[in-house]
Design a protein around this ligand. Structure first.
Ligand SMILES: [Zn+2]
Length: 309
């Protein structure tokens, strides 16, 4: 499948899953997780074989994943090769390498295939803006990745995608962005704020902050300028973990990630995540640094995916 077809198929799957009951959803998820454990996970040298149960696998974390980087991806790409690729154009053969933002000693590396890259974008669009699809959607993605991560604009009848390289600076693509006239913008909050304070001629229907933590002082500036509520995409090094829905609920991405929760006191939990739709860099029972508070109310949007407060 080409990238856009992958995005569209991911979009369709994500929408299909979102209409299930919780019981139906858990049934589907258990089968998908089992397939991942049997078929994908053993391909990473760290694992080598399928476990009887997920709980039989060791808990992993960022330090372990970085220390033994080559054992967690199926191509045995080493961390040194990945950093070198990142310094060049972000490409290692057919793979794309990226790194999380953060202090230098603490950046996390990730490696994904072309298919996976578009899969998450399709999933984001399906969760975030399903209502826009049928009217035609122009999506501008502005992310802090090296130039190799996304290439030129892609389009189909319903979705046009354009990628703008944050590392080049907005002066390099402001005109192109305004001419593209996106209906959906996905960008780090500081960039959205820059669009607002610099008066970019943009009239999106939905805006998403991604890739960085939203500073509360930026929210009113961004929302005031675009006259829209700002939605959030919660991504970590390893992928997409939660997206806000039309009703403002922040839903866990349980349709691609299986969550286990360790109690952390005061009603908070630390998630262990297993990304069961990823096939290049395997992540299983990965302990995140974040603390979450699970919502006990189902969301008004009717999605079976759990919400966090
Ligand atoms: Zn919802």
């Amino acid at each position: 499948m080409n990238g856009l077809a992958e995005a569209v198929s991911s979009f369709a799957l994500t929408r299909w899953v979102s209409r299930k009951s919780r019981a139906e959803f858990e049934h589907w998820q258990a089968a998908a997780l089992r397939r991942f454990l049997d078929r994908d996970l053993p391909r990473a040298p760290f694992y080598g074989k399928a476990p009887a149960r997920l709980a039989d696998l060791p808990v992993t974390d960022k330090a372990l994943l970085m220390r033994r980087f080559e054992d967690f991806n199926i191509h045995r790409l080493t961390a040194a090769e990945a950093w070198a690729a990142l310094a060049r154009d972000g490409r290692a053969g057919s793979l794309t390498v990226g790194a999380s933002t953060g202090t230098s000693g603490n950046r996390g590396l990730f490696v994904i295939s072309e298919a996976e890259k578009y899969r998450w974008l399709g999933a984001i669009l399906a969760k975030a803006a399903p209502d826009l699809l049928w009217r035609g959607m122009r999506v501008a993605v502005i992310l802090p990745q090296s130039t190799g991560l996304y290439d030129s604009a892609r389009k189909s009848r319903l979705i046009k995608l354009a990628f703008f390289d944050l590392t080049l600076g907005p002066e390099h693509w402001r005109e192109a962005l305004e001419a593209f006239d996106p209906t959906v913008i996905i960008a780090p909050p500081k960039m959205l704020r820059y669009f607002a304070t610099d008066g970019f001629r943009l009239t999106p229907k939905r805006i998403f902050s991604a890739a960085e933590t939203l500073d509360p002082v930026d929210r009113p500036v961004i929302e005031g300028f675009f006259r829209l509520p700002l939605d959030q995409i919660y991504m970590a090094t390893e992928g997409l973990f939660a997206v806000t829905c039309r009703q403002g609920g922040l839903h866990l991405a349980e349709d691609s990630v299986f969550f286990e929760f360790e109690p952390a006191g005061e009603g908070l939990v630390t998630p262990l995540v297993t990304a069961f739709r990823r096939q290049t860099q395997i992540m299983a029972r990965y302990r995140m640094n974040d603390l979450l508070r699970l919502s006990d109310q189902p969301c008004r949007c009717g999605s079976p995916l759990r919400c966090v407060d």
